[in-house]
Ligand binder design. Structure first.
Ligand code: ATP
Ligand code: MG
Length: 316
């Protein structure tokens, strides 16, 4: 269900970015990686961000979860202004955001189950609850039989599934994906994209997908923002933006994609759409976001000073 279709005005947007700038220090005044970015992503949306290399896409996602402090501007997630928070309050608010990276960022010394369990372990969730949740998550991403394998024994697509399961462990509401399929071949890309669509449709997470592959964005996203030189130059429904681009940067991206022979369309993803429409029962139904006060184990997450350090490690 799309946030905009709920008719529930009181819920507000999932993500609101206003006048965001990020300047990396350096010679000659530094690099202006973000230059006044404003965006709103509604709850339940699958939102795409596209742009050529260096446009500022990764800087934007790193600023959204405050892995990078923006130079100026505000970020609200679920109505909470992250940019005003520090310390424990910030860590608590950041629990609402999961992150998936191009190169997976798994811990090689841990098994698949150990990787997915890590955020829960550090949060002090009881062992039997961790075991159950990890089993549920691995079942849901189709890797139940790989629980005891190590990342080095997995294919790229399987590694990304583990990373997605880990990103879901903390029951976030917003999932940020920075080029999650760029290291994968076409068939694997499709299956990882279908998994992200299930995360969106079955678990109800809002997903922000950064990608330079326009066919992916066309197939998966409700709306898209086009970035160029640190700015959002165009934003709207995917079909509209790609069919009638207004910005020169969008036209150039489309022309480059056409020249590269991108032809995949929605029909490539039909099986997943049909499965979702048929209402496949989800073993993760119990993993939907739960108010911390209603779940003592989750309430402990609020006091977890490990989150920042752990997430920093994952981004390396
Ligand atoms: N840590 C940093 N220090 C200095 N400059 C940086 C840093 N990170 C990014 N930049 C610069 O900021 C600009 C935006 O970079 P960013 O990584 O956000 O682009 P991108 O759109 O994600 O590109 P790509 O598609 O290649 O991943 C670039 O000019 C880049 O060189
Ligand atoms: Mg990038």
């Amino acid at each position: 269900m799309r946030g905009t279709e709920r008719g529930d005005e009181t819920m507000g947007a999932m993500l609101e970015i206003r006048d965001l700038t990020k300047v990396y220090p350096g010679r000659r005044g530094g690099v202006m990686a973000l230059d006044g970015v404003s965006l709103t992503v509604e709850r339940g949306e699958f939102f795409g961000v596209v742009g050529r290399s260096g446009a500022g896409k990764s800087t934007l996602v790193r600023c959204i979860n405050l892995l990078e402090r923006p130079t100026s501007g505000t970020i609200r997630v679920g109505g909470v202004e992250l940019t005003r928070l520090r310390g424990a309050e910030l860590r608590r608010a950041r629990r609402r955001i999961g992150m998936v990276f191009q190169h997976f960022h798994l811990l090689w010394s841990r098994t698949v189950a150990g990787n997915v369990a890590l955020p829960l372990e550090i949060a002090g969730v009881p062992r039997d609850r961790i075991r159950r949740r990890v089993a549920e998550l691995l079942e849901w991403v189709g890797l139940a039989d790989k629980a005891d394998a190590y990342p080095a024994q997995l294919s790229g697509g399987q590694k990304q599934r583990v990373a997605i399961a880990r990103a879901l462990a903390n029951q976030p509401e917003l999932l940020l994906c920075d080029e999650p399929t760029s290291a994968l071949d076409a068939a694997t890309t499709r299956s990882v994209l279908n998994l992200l669509r299930r995360v969106n449709r079955e678990l109800g997470l809002t997903v922000v997908l950064i990608s330079h592959e326009l066919d992916l964005v066309r197939a998966a996203c409700d709306r898209v923002a086009v970035m160029h030189a640190g700015r959002v130059v165009e934003c709207g429904p995917v079909q509209e933006v790609f069919a009638r681009p207004r910005a020169e940067a969008t036209r150039q991206l489309l022309a480059a994609a056409e020249a590269a022979g991108e032809e995949a369309g929605d029909e490539a993803y039909e099986p997943a759409a049909r499965a979702a429409a048929a209402g496949d029962p989800s073993p993760l139904a119990a993993c939907r976001p739960v108010a911390p006060e209603s779940d003592p184990a989750l309430a402990r997450f609020d006091r977890a000073p490990w989150r920042l350090a752990t997430e920093r490690r994952w981004t390396r």
